[in-house]
Design a protein around this ligand. Sequence first.
Ligand SMILES: Nc1ncnc2c1ncn2[C@@H]1O[C@H](COP(=O)(O)OP(=O)(O)OP(=O)(O)O)[C@@H](O)[C@H]1O
Ligand SMILES: [Mg+2]
Length: 430
Amino acid sequence: MHPPEGTGSLSPSLYTDGGQDIAREIFEQEDHIFADKDLLNVDHVPSAERIVGRDDEIRKLAEELRSAVDGHSPENVIIYGKTGTGKSLVAKHVSTSAQGLAKEGVSIGTAYIDCSTDNTETQAISTLAREFNEPERTDVDVPETGLATAVYYKRLWAVLDILYDVVIVVLDEADMMASDDLLMKLSRAGETGNTDAHIGVIAVSNKVEWADDLNERVKSSLQPKELAFQPYDATQLREIMENRRDAFEDGVLSEDVIPLCAAFAAQDFGDARKAIDILRHSGQLAYRQSDEQVVESHVREARTEAEKDRFKELIEGHPQQAKAILLALSLLSANSEKDEFQSQLVYRQYTNIAEKIDMDSLSDRRFRDILKEQAFLDIIDVWKENLGRSGGINLYCRLIENPEIVVEIISGDPRFEGLSLVNAATPSEN
Ligand SMILES: Nc1ncnc2c1ncn2[C@@H]1O[C@H](COP(=O)(O)OP(=O)(O)OP(=O)(O)O)[C@@H](O)[C@H]1O
Ligand SMILES: [Mg+2]
């Protein structure tokens, strides 16, 4: 059998016609932009002295956990706030410092669960038991899978009793848990005599409604203290980035780069992750274009790229109908001075598109449902206008994203190819 084309020896494909070794050229290129790029990685956990602008939140959380260091029961805490506001960072930082600063004779354990990965009770409890366990000291075996949930709990309680006076469990992305059972059992563990260790839970979520919706049963046994994290303002974002300036070689960052990254990120929801992301991308662009310095134009370009990536991720897997509706609204916005449109107008534009690509058009009602779903995802704004005495209602919508970007991304989908070139034959308002 012949190997499929291109899978033979690797080496020839590394050379261009001119015989140059492209890979080698890239690997040997001096990095004159970054001194320590890891400081800007998404999963980089900054050390305590690089955490800025969250003193109050750190203080409040530490106060709630204060009794842990003396070997007593810490408070349970729910941390909520928008994405990129430092919730995970602060939760990890404060819980691990409590562990490190435990009084003599007090043994504190901490575990971190990402409920977006371990989203069933069994998975989470298995991870918890393994994180806390030290098999050579406990002689308890906790296999990753294969035990019944109740058995995992038993082993967890056994491990806690042998090793710890107090444990702090961080449940990050807690709203992704399939049920509240884990929270329930952790909060009742002492009361029900399952373990002598004191358990404190820090549940973290970026769904503000989640904390409110937690059912009464869980709330009454968890008795959580709530801690809200506000979005960062431009000054705080600037400080966060200034603290990582040493990711770059000396003198490479021109003065306006960090302030501009901060201004963009502050505009887009005060998200520190986004600010750092734009900064890293700006550096990468400068590097790729072999520029001496990172300057404003790199930041602008990086921001557009970041927006595209984010939006692509957001609508990946959306049904074609939803994409057609978004495309309709985007084409209207891109071709008009206005940015607010009556839903009827968008519906007509949508049916035009559906016809052009030979797709069934949804009913007006279904169309409105999809508009509302998109509003829920913060892609568009939707609002109603009451028409006074007549009792009628007009539905309006506005695209939150940049229309050019949405058009570009959606027309990248083969089904919609070429539609961006079709000038939105803007249907008349009446
Ligand atoms: N105060 C800060 N000082 C330094 N770096 C920060 C600060 N706040 C956030 N960061 C950095 O920004 C990024 C996002 O922070 P973090 O993961 O804590 O946000 P989050 O609120 O948990 O967001 P999400 O809700 O999306 O999980 C991380 O890379 C973190 O290191
Ligand atoms: Mg987080």
